[in-house]
Design a protein around this ligand. Structure first.
Ligand SMILES: Nc1nc2c(ncn2[C@@H]2O[C@H](COP(=O)(O)OP(=O)(O)OP(=O)(O)O)[C@@H](O)[C@H]2O)c(=O)[nH]1
Ligand SMILES: [Mg+2]
Length: 424
């Protein structure tokens, strides 16, 4: 039997992982294939995971939760963080703990019958999330081969220059990793997630736990295909990629409802699909209309659903650049919630789109980078930590190549260039 190994890197990656394992814990009794994410010893379930950070602050938060039986080798940390600098995470501070980390992963992987994928959470704006992830992913390729799937659930910078200026550089340096080491990237950004929460819920106060909940629900539905239904999910993401390098997906999630919202009603299937495919529910939003290269709808509900396996008109009406029909999956499980203010809905869903319109956001990232790099802003912070200056232009080139690969695919299909989702 195969298992997935989860790796959570840097402060944000760890907090997303924390939320995910708390959700897995809630789902535990209903989970039929527990060995997919747990090592089982004498009736106890130990998460198959590594939480990796360059300092121990966030890891201590996770360890405070005594309900989950983490093993000692699920935690890797050093003494000092990467101070928001990619090259510290990749070349200096990160190097001190990389071999220990690989060893911890190897020891856990050895307990499995077969490893079928790595599931990785991180934010590429941080020094650890960008730099240490790049280092680790490079080494994982050497130890486990490049064919073994690495599926990332990653926070990208939000639109508009944030107060984390170095986050732009860090994200830029991470593009090479996201393109070359990962087989799929499901993209999130914090501003878009705030927008989705605002759109779906009337909350007085939104914090990271609400955002992390969105990421955790997305991952849980995906691994849930295997954990609850024993469906082979190894091709789930590859079937969304007409071209191997263009493996960046925009997820939409819905529907969330507050526990004290007594007006809530179940939607009809049609309403639900329309709702889920709305631009406003994307967890990584672009100002432009979507250009779907391919799409997949992942339902989650315990009871069988007559739409499962069939194509619905609403979905077919989405125009696909690559002329690939949408695919539909169903994860047969209840919709458990970690956060007490959220109601347990009968049905939720994640709509994944390989959406070429993200090139506009990549272009914006490139422009933000150029504005800083032209003045050599903060270059010294990176060079001081072992980065060679040519890596700035190499990073920029990797982004330009990716953008032009997307542009070429869209150009090939030029007459259909202006797409709009079929929503009122
Ligand atoms: N969604 C979400 N984003 C977070 C969270 N914590 C931090 N962030 C965002 O992620 C960015 C990177 O922060 P961290 O993940 O803490 O950075 P790191 O990877 O630990 O890197 P260093 O601390 O520089 O070593 C921040 O600028 C925040 O915008 C979180 O719990 N959830
Ligand atoms: Mg940190």
């Amino acid at each position: 039997m195969s298992s997935a190994f989860h790796i959570h890197i840097g402060g944000a990656g760890i907090m997303m992982g924390d939320m995910l394992w708390r959700l897995y814990e809630k789902e535990h009794n209903e989970t039929t294939l527990k060995s997919y994410v747990y090592q089982q010893v004498d009736g106890h379930s130990h998460p198959l995971t590594l939480f990796a950070d360059l300092d121990d602050r966030m890891i201590q938060e996770v360890q405070r939760n005594k309900q989950i039986q983490f093993k000692k080798n699920s935690f890797l940390y050093g003494k000092e963080d990467a101070s928001n600098v990619f090259s510290r995470g990749c070349y200096t501070t990160g190097k001190d703990i990389i071999y220990e980390g690989l060893d911890q992963i190897r020891k856990q992987v050895e307990t499995m019958d077969r490893l079928d994928q790595f599931v990785i959470t991180t934010s590429i704006m941080g020094g650890t999330g960008s730099g240490f992830s790049s280092l680790l992913l490079d080494r994982l390729g050497m130890d486990y081969g490049n064919k073994l799937k690495k599926n990332g659930f990653i926070i990208f910078p939000s639109l508009g220059m944030s107060n984390n200026i170095l986050g732009i550089y860090n994200a830029m340096f991470s593009i090479y990793m996201t393109r070359n080491y990962f087989h799929s990237i499901t993209m999130f950004d914090n501003q878009s997630m705030y927008n989705v929460i605002d759109q779906q819920l009337d909350l007085d106060y939104v914090d990271y736990s609400h955002l992390n909940n969105l990421v955790a629900q997305t991952i849980s539905s995906y691994t849930g295909l295997k954990r609850f239904n024993n469906i082979d999910n190894s091709k789930f993401f590859s079937s969304l990629c007409p071209y191997p390098n263009l493996h960046y997906f925009v997820p939409s999630y819905g529907k969330m409802t507050l526990i004290n919202d007594y007006t809530r009603q179940e939607q009809s299937q049609n309403e639900f699909i329309k709702y889920l495919t709305k631009k406003e529910n994307k967890l990584y939003q672009s100002p432009n209309n979507p250009q779907h290269l391919s799409t997949t709808l992942l339902f989650r509900q315990k009871e069988p659903n007559h739409f499962y396996g069939k194509f619905n008109q609403t979905l077919q009406n989405l125009t696909h650049v690559y002329h690939q029909s949408p695919r539909i999956f169903q994860c047969n499980s209840s919709n458990y919630q970690v956060l007490s203010e959220f109601a347990q809905m009968k049905q939720t869903g994640v709509f994944f789109s390989n959406d070429a319109s993200i090139i506009n956001r990549f272009k914006t990232l490139g422009q933000d980078f150029d504005k800083m790099y032209v003045k050599r802003a903060f270059v010294w912070c990176y060079v001081r930590e072992g980065l060679e200056e040519c890596e700035f232009s190499e990073g920029r080139e990797a982004l330009a190549e990716l953008t032009s690969e997307y542009s070429e695919v869209i150009k090939e299909d030029a007459p259909q260039n202006d797409f709009e989702i079929d929503n009122e």
